[in-house]
Design a protein around this ligand. Structure first.
Ligand SMILES: O=C(CO)[C@@H](O)[C@H](O)[C@H](O)[C@H](O)COP(=O)(O)O
Ligand SMILES: [Zn+2]
Length: 184
């Protein structure tokens, strides 16, 4: 079992290198240009992708590898008061879009993470972020799901296995953080 899992991961990395390098480079340009322009990066996802959102945000406000100034990365998955109030009063599908309505400004970058590309809360968040004039970056899997067409760039990990997709998402997250570190 273990060697099969490791081999699956390795095969997927090879596919990502072959098929998605240009998209990941474009995603790096999006985050670099948002940060250079003095904008915020807002990030959201469910379950393991919520953890990814927090992980990436913390590496912006804290640090990734090198010491540099603190940067505005905010995960929309951490404020349990906001999450529970919005879910209770408006429905779970609004937990991210409502926070975006409250916090986002034109030029900010919203990163929505969904392995299926179909989580309604993330889809609503893309619609609201786009309406406000944010740049929008998706990290997804399968064929991109309903996130296709809802974000400026949807980086689709070519797999149908949630765990494998998530493993590549955090790799992409670290590459985005490296691109930001390289600015300083
Ligand atoms: O981490 C895992 C599975 O590896 C789960 O927690 C997973 O993130 C959850 O089932 C999510 O709700 C899946 O949502 P999504 O990626 O399709 O948007
Ligand atoms: Zn997981």
């Amino acid at each position: 079992m273990v060697i099969e899992e490791l081999n699956d991961h390795q095969q997927l990395i090879i596919k990502v290198i072959e098929q998605r390098t240009a998209d990941i480079e474009q995603a790096c340009e999006m985050i670099v240009s948002a940060i250079q322009g003095g904008n915020k990066v807002l990030i959201a996802g469910n379950g393991g992708s919520a953890a990814d959102a927090q992980h990436i945000a913390a590496e912006l406000s804290g640090r990734f590898v090198k010491h540099r100034k603190a940067l505005p990365g905010i995960a929309l998955t951490t404020d349990t008061s906001a999450l529970t109030a919005i879910a209770n009063d408006y429905g779970y599908d609004h937990v991210f879009s409502r926070q975006i309505e409250a916090l986002a400004k034109p030029g900010d970058l919203f990163i929505g993470i969904s392995t299926s590309g179909n989580s309604q809360g993330i889809l609503n968040a893309f619609k609201t972020a786009g309406d406000i004039g944010c740049k929008t970056l998706g990290l997804s899997g399968w064929s991109g799901g309903k996130m296709n067409g809802l974000c400026d760039l949807n980086v689709i990990v070519p797999s149908e296995v949630t765990a494998r997709i998530q493993e590549i998402h955090i790799l992409i997250g670290h590459i985005l953080c490296k691109a930001v570190d390289d600015l300083f």
